[in-house]
Write a protein that binds this ligand. Sequence first.
Ligand SMILES: [Zn+2]
Length: 67
Amino acid sequence: MQPEPVPPEITHSVCPRCHADIDGLNGRYACTLCGWVNHWSEGQGELPAPDGHLPEPPPEPGRQPPA
Ligand SMILES: [Zn+2]
């Protein structure tokens, strides 16, 4: 029995790279101005995985200074 799918929630944030106002789904963002995206593990809730569990997120990469 699959759980009832929950529609994604539209969330708002500010791009940490170019400070544009950006919209996302469930806390996951992609900036259309500079191409910044946040990591999937920063979103709200869990993403479905084909094998039923999530892999460990990779270590945080070094913050890149703005170009
Ligand atoms: Zn941006």
